[in-house]
Design a protein around this ligand. Structure first.
Ligand SMILES: Cc1cc2nc3c(=O)[nH]c(=O)nc-3n(C[C@H](O)[C@H](O)[C@H](O)COP(=O)(O)OP(=O)(O)OC[C@H]3O[C@@H](n4cnc5c(N)ncnc54)[C@H](O)[C@@H]3O)c2cc1C
Ligand code: FES
Ligand code: FES
Length: 485
């Protein structure tokens, strides 16, 4: 089989071919220290501040084709993971003149010390790109706030930046896609996406097959190979020198892993490479509660890369999607040597960061319910800050009612994160509410059960008592929202 031992991407319209250990360098370091493109700043090096934002277009996408450049954090991704991408850094924008985004930032005093400014310019350029694609000419405050959720500024207080965003002249803006990608570069990339990668340096190796069976072959031969998706979890750990990414298997060249599909009227299948942004777009009308909840997940820069499967496989007890997935009868589709198996998500989480997956196996997709419109579904996240913060507690409840008046529950699923070593289904609490008349006394009994069923820890995000109280409050909030007194 023909393989290549190099990574290919286009940066600011120029072709870059990288091999050996250099492929393991973080993209932000490559831009600044290898290419002297110092417009891109590095501040937190963990995806939290947005100063390192660049724009990226990658041809394989899920759901409807969008073909637009999206902002990503360059500090938590290796160059290897950018294989097949068209990238644009802030340095290339102002040529020959300032862009409408840059002009608006200057006119509205959106910059003071200036350190965060390149990141905001990239986030807002990504927003303009989206508006151009949707043929819209206006940016609202809400658009501006959503687009810059992943960018921190210590000086301006944000209002001048929001004013700048609203003053961007979209009609005078030129599409980044038009400026920085050509038919020739797209053809070159498309041809390369069909060729698997076997790149080995002294300290960094990166394999990227184009077929699932070849991925399993690599896993079978090499026990220490780490599957890498977007690395928004793994990349942070790598940057903090806690565990280095040196032997990685990427599934970015396997087209079927980008599929989101309704496999029946009531089930959805989400492939291992589906990003949270693509998923959010897909479920916007199908599961609006989940789409709205995803707005509270990280930042656009993170969601444009991070996968749903990565969130589940990372098995953090405070990961935000497992509570929802645990209420949706989720099955994890796992492929291993010579066989595939489907594991219920409840049995997939074994213990703290321990999952039911051997080193020779990989997750191919997650399959879960599309809730019926007559059911009630609520998803909550409690964190110290509303945006771009890790949860102290997250909570999901899904109820199928026995009657229209909502006086009796036919089926209930409650799942909570941050209150035990894994995200937890509250089976006993659920049982105490099923097929019983719902009244205050019943809810109080269920609350006592809930209190006994969770065992939260105290840590830097919250105390055990806080987590207890918050979980009980979320339980009450859910029933109040359903009109149960
Ligand atoms: C700034 C920042 C903010 C964040 N905010 C949130 C937040 O609000 N809520 C939240 O829940 N998380 C958050 N995260 C964590 C992270 O973004 C998510 O967990 C994300 O979904 C991980 O996906 P990924 O594709 O980056 O996974 P990766 O980091 O690439 O991988 C995560 C784990 O999954 C494994 N894996 C990936 N794909 C497969 C596969 N196909 N088969 C088997 N194993 C696989 C990897 O080996 C690794 O162990 C945040 C992270 C950052 C840096
Ligand atoms: S440097 Fe802060 S997000 Fe990358
Ligand atoms: S202008 Fe100084 S951090 Fe934003």
């Amino acid at each position: 089989m023909k393989t290549r031992n190099y990574i290919l991407f286009y940066l600011n319209g120029e072709r870059h071919q990288i091999s050996g250990d250099q492929a393991g360098v973080m993209l932000s370091d490559y831009l600044r220290y290898h290419k002297n493109l110092t417009g891109t700043k590095i501040v937190c090096a963990e995806g939290d501040c947005g100063a390192c934002s660049v724009l990226r277009f990658f041809p394989y996408q899920s759901g409807k084709k969008k073909n637009i450049f999206l902002p990503i954090n360059s500090c938590v991704t290796t160059i290897a993971q950018m294989d097949g991408s068209h990238l644009v850094s802030v340095d290339a924008l102002a040529n020959p003149d300032h862009t409408p985004v840059q002009k608006a930032m200057m006119n509205c005093h959106g910059s003071q010390c200036g350190f965060c400014t390149p990141g905001f310019v990239m986030a807002l350029t990504g927003l303009v790109e989206k508006k151009l694609c949707q043929k819209q000419t206006e940016i609202t405050s809400c658009d501006a706030k959503n687009a810059t959720t992943g960018n921190l500024c210590r000086c301006t207080g944000y209002q001048p930046i929001i004013d700048a965003a609203k003053n961007i002249s979209i009609s005078e803006s030129e599409s980044v896609a038009k400026r920085f990608s050509s038919a020739a570069s797209q053809k070159d990339v498309a041809a390369h996406l069909k060729i698997p990668i076997a790149l080995t340096g002294e300290k960094f190796s990166f394999y990227a097959p184009v077929k699932i069976k070849d991925a399993l072959g690599y896993l079978n031969k090499n026990k220490s190979l780490r599957i890498i998706a977007a690395a928004t979890d793994l990349g942070v750990v790598h940057n903090k020198r806690k565990s280095r990414l040196n032997q990685t298997l990427s599934l970015h060249l396997v087209p079927e892993l980008y599929e989101i599909e309704k496999t029946s009227k009531t089930r959805l299948s989400v492939g291992a490479r589906v990003t949270l942004s693509d998923l959010r777009l897909y479920v916007k009308d199908l599961i609006p509660e989940f789409a709205k909840f995803l707005d509270l997940f990280a930042s656009p820069q993170i969601k444009n890369l991070a996968t749903l499967v990565g969130n589940v496989a990372n098995a953090s007890p405070i990961a935000d999607t497992p509570p929802f997935l645990l209420t949706m009868n989720t099955e994890v589709e796992i492929h291993g040597p010579g066989k595939k198996r489907f594991v219920k998500l409840e049995s997939f989480f074994l213990d703290y960061r321990k999952i039911n997956l051997s080193s020779k196996e990989m997750i191919v997709a997650l399959h879960f319910d599309i809730p019926n419109k007559n059911e009630s579904l609520a998803l909550y996240k409690i964190s110290q800050r509303k945006d771009l913060d890790i949860s102290a507690v997250n909570f999901a409840a899904r109820v199928s009612w026995a009657d229209k008046e909502k006086t009796k529950i036919k089926d209930i699923k409650i799942a909570v994160g941050g209150v035990a070593a894994t995200t937890l289904r509250l089976y006993k609490t659920e049982k105490s509410l099923t097929n019983e008349k719902l009244d205050q006394a019943r809810l109080e009994k269920a609350l006592e059960q809930l209190h006994a069923e969770i065992t939260p820890l105290s840590d830097l995000r919250a105390t055990s008592t806080f987590r207890h109280v918050v979980t009980e409050n979320l339980f009450n909030k859910f029933f109040r929202e359903q009109g149960v007194k």
